[in-house]
Design a protein around this ligand. Structure first.
Ligand SMILES: [Zn+2]
Length: 475
């Protein structure tokens, strides 16, 4: 069992690591997830300020100056921090409902409750979602927030505050819906915005928050919800807005057979052709799910560099199907992992997605060769970074990249007899996190969040969930 030295850094997530100070992690197995999949049975990482200075075999070089902390990683595996590419934080307040429903029935059952959310609710839900992810080794998180009921307050700002408080890197996908029931869409009319209102608010969010810098803690993406809740005009203009501003685009795509049918009936083409016709395929786009892709759809994603957020637990929960991840990877489509909203994946942590990506894809067409444990780890780290447009900065342990990394304890009850550390992490139970760092600052120490009090987060989320249920029942 390792005995990491007491943390020298402040627990304030906003406090930057001092640029000259070094932290050394050594004596651990290391999976770098670099392009060559370099691994060390026992190696070291030296962090200087916010950045990885060196990674290698054996102990750290002797004689390094300004070393403020030395962590003995014996019995551990060090990996890049996990990257979550798709989520809906607000659903933290509506978990465990509509348990036997498919996507459309589930949406219709939950929209009336979701339409009652307000700023304190979203703040508490975001803190719950973020704390759960961070405690489980996520260091970069994206959220797709598309419900903005009139008078509910600034819901995007509530999420951004929660991400700052939790200390993780954040991509806030400013979502929108403008196709209510009366326009042939699925959401109730009172849950949607006007086309112009959605575009204006999205542009304001980009101007106010988006930080494109190398070590940015906050980026904004433009993210209309889905073909069945958004007008063609909003899809088109959103793509134009994102390109004018130089930010990324995100939406849901090809999640279910019903959606495919909806697109054929309404647009006379399948979802991927529809996306292409509205400017929605490209290197700056990533889409959640992509379960029902044809061979030519996969070729279009590969040709255009469009990314995919694979959400295997949610796809199973809603009986959506099995995404063709092995075929996407063979075609070199960028693929990351997402928990999706926690109303369709109550676990809300990314280890479940590593494991389910591996297992679920073996139930598909490719059987035991479908996906390896190392490919699953790559999806959850490097793949996610690529999908979020951040592969230069994060997603692998390499000199010059940001020090976003996780030290997983593998010598305890759950893992001590599993032969291979990467298999232990992916095939095994969720491993305890001894240390997780974002830009060289600890967010988890010995399994506990350093930035927020878990019990406070849990209590506030429960109180807000009850308030939401009460308001929805009275409506
Ligand atoms: Zn989703």
């Amino acid at each position: 069992m390792a005995d990491p030295a007491a943390p020298a850094a402040s627990a304030d997530p906003a406090a930057p690591a001092a640029p000259e100070q070094r932290v050394i992690i050594e004596n651990c197995a290391i999976a770098t997830v670099d392009d060559a999949d370099t691994e060390y049975p026992s190696g070291h990482v030296v962090i200087r300020g916010r950045v990885i200075e060196s990674v290698g075999a054996g102990a750290a070089p002797a004689g390094l100056e300004h070393v403020v902390r030395r962590v003995d990683g014996s019995g551990h595996l060090l990996t890049p921090g996990l990257v979550n590419t798709h989520h809906h934080f607000y659903q933290w307040l509506t978990r465990g409902l509509a348990q036997e429903a498919n996507l459309f029935d589930w949406l219709v059952a939950l929209y009336p409750t979701w339409a009652r959310i307000d700023e304190p609710m979203v703040h508490a839900a975001a803190r719950g979602s973020l704390a759960m992810l961070a405690r489980g080794g996520a260091t970069t998180v994206s959220d797709h927030h598309y419900i903005h009921p009139r008078g509910a307050g600034d819901l995007l700002d509530a999420e951004i505050r929660a991400a700052r408080e939790t200390g993780v890197r954040f991509t806030a996908a400013r979502g929108s819906m403008d196709r209510g029931v009366s326009d042939g869409g699925l959401p109730p009319d009172f849950a949607v915005e006007t086309t112009d209102g959605a575009l204006r608010a999205t542009e304001e969010a980009v101007d106010r928050y988006h930080d494109a810098s190398f070590d940015s803690m906050l980026r904004i993406a433009v993210a209309p919800c889905s073909p069945f809740s958004v007008s063609t005009e909003l899809m088109r203009q959103s793509a134009e807005l994102a390109r004018r501003k130089g930010v990324r685009l995100h939406t849901h795509g090809s999640e279910t057979r019903e959606e495919e049918q909806f697109c054929h009936e309404l647009f006379g083409m399948g979802p991927t052709d529809y996306f292409e016709s509205t400017g929605w395929l490209g290197q700056d786009v990533w889409m959640a799910h992509c379960v029902h892709l044809t061979d030519s759809d996969i070729a279009a994603f590969a040709r255009t560099g469009t990314g995919v957020a694979h959400c295997p637990s949610s796809n199973a929960r809603l009986a959506a199907g099995i995404a063709r991840v092995p075929d996407m990877l063979a075609a070199e489509v960028p693929v990351g992992l997402g928990v999706d909203g926690t109303a369709s994946n109550e676990s809300g942590e990314l280890h479940t997605e590593l494991r389910n990506a591996l297992l679920v894809n073996r139930l598909g067409a490719h059987r035991e060769r479908a996906l390896t444990a190392r490919q699953a780890l790559r999806l959850g780290t490097h793949g996610g970074a690529r999908v979020l447009g951040r592969e230069r900065e994060i997603g692998s342990l390499e000199a010059g990249k940001l020090a976003d990394l996780v030290l997983w304890r593998l010598d305890g009850l759950g893992h001590s007899t599993i032969a291979d550390p990467v298999a232990a992490l992916v095939f095994g139970a969720a491993a305890p996190v001894t240390l997780s760092m974002v830009g060289g600052s600890p967010v988890v120490e010995q399994g506990r969040l350093t930035t927020v009090e878990e019990e406070d987060v849990a209590r506030a989320a429960r109180d807000e969930a009850r308030r939401l249920a009460r308001i929805a029942a009275e409506a």
